[in-house]
Design a protein around this ligand. Sequence first.
Ligand code: LLP
Length: 410
Amino acid sequence: MEIKDNQYQIQGVSLTQLAKDYGTPLYVYDGDKILGQIKKLQEAFSTVKLRIKYATKALSNINILKLVKKAGTGVDAVSIEEVKLCMYAGFEPQEIMYTPNSVSFDEIQEAVNLGVMINIDNIPMLEHFGTYYGNKVPVCIRLNPHILAGGNAKISVGHIDSKFGISILQLKHVHKVVDAYGLNVIGLHVHTGSDILDAEVFLKGAEILFDAAKEFKGLKFLDFGGGFKVAYKVGDISTNIKDVGNKVSKAFKEFCKEYGSELEIWFEPGKFLVSEAGYLLVKVNIVKSTPASTFVGVDSGLNHLIRPMMYDAYHDVVNISKLDGPERVYTIVGYICETDTIAADRKLREVQEGDIIAIKNAGAYGFSMSSNYNSRLRPAEILILNGKPNLIRERETFDDILRHQVQIEI
Ligand code: LLP
């Protein structure tokens, strides 16, 4: 988002005009930004065989999936529905990694039948897999490296108390199962968490993965998961992807030499690819002063962007209807019957009813975590590509609230 010709724009498209044309609340995505992030990652790992498996769950509109596919990525899917969505968007089964947790074996079988790579997250499932498929279907194993990392407790998933993956302390047991069934393990996977800044965390994950990998024959790839941090505030820093690329690639090449085969290196970024590309545009319904604060009530809330409430996530907010004039301190709140504070005590250009507020970093886990809570409608989505806005999801209507409800005689 930049100021040009006296308005906030993306690729020359005025954001206040978009709000007028398509209404609010409105999710807007900058396609160029997404492509730029993919390129950055590809460049950072240009000396190794990189495969990007975009974390579908971050933003799963089929047009976004098509866009990342065109730029050369595969996908990581975490439910059978995401697998089907990715296939619908045009991904070949072999481009899809299926990383479920706590699912039934039926769902794993369905995914195998579709031809996607399965990432097994627990020992009982590894045994089911062995019993049923033996060495016939190649498989990946998700290890829990016991690294505590990530922006907050809810998104740190590689520690010892986490439900995800098979503990590296259980590797002996894993090998017993692998040997007993002759499993064809072609990949190992770790994902330590989200919002990880330090190259050191990825290196530590790499070390653990390399140690484990030495004991497996016939591996084709190592998957480091996602988790690169993006900047949420002015002055905030993101993961230095060049630095991570250099350090991890170097270690990876050394490992491959030792292992005797040039493996692929996989990453599953979500936030890094789509977070900064997304804006949630909301309209000011009311400006309400109390003895304590001045609240700005907008036509959205935790039903459309749950991150501030669920993770205490910081999202920068800008009054895009005002380019100059005095600034005041406001607390931006939603219209949901809960304390859905979107942004507390922020300096904005003087806010009036009808102004449009842009909530930044809304691309990842924004729309994809939205709901109909309070029987509210989900927003429309716009993708700006080649300087043109495209409607990629219609705003919901009241019919969507009634859809699937069955009326009985009361
Ligand atoms: N791979 C696996 C196995 C994952 O579990 C995740 C995220 C990713 C990749 C992508 O992580 P990313 O690059 O986006 O950090 N809703 C939370 C984040 C939850 C992430 C869950 N897993 C948030 O809004 O902060």
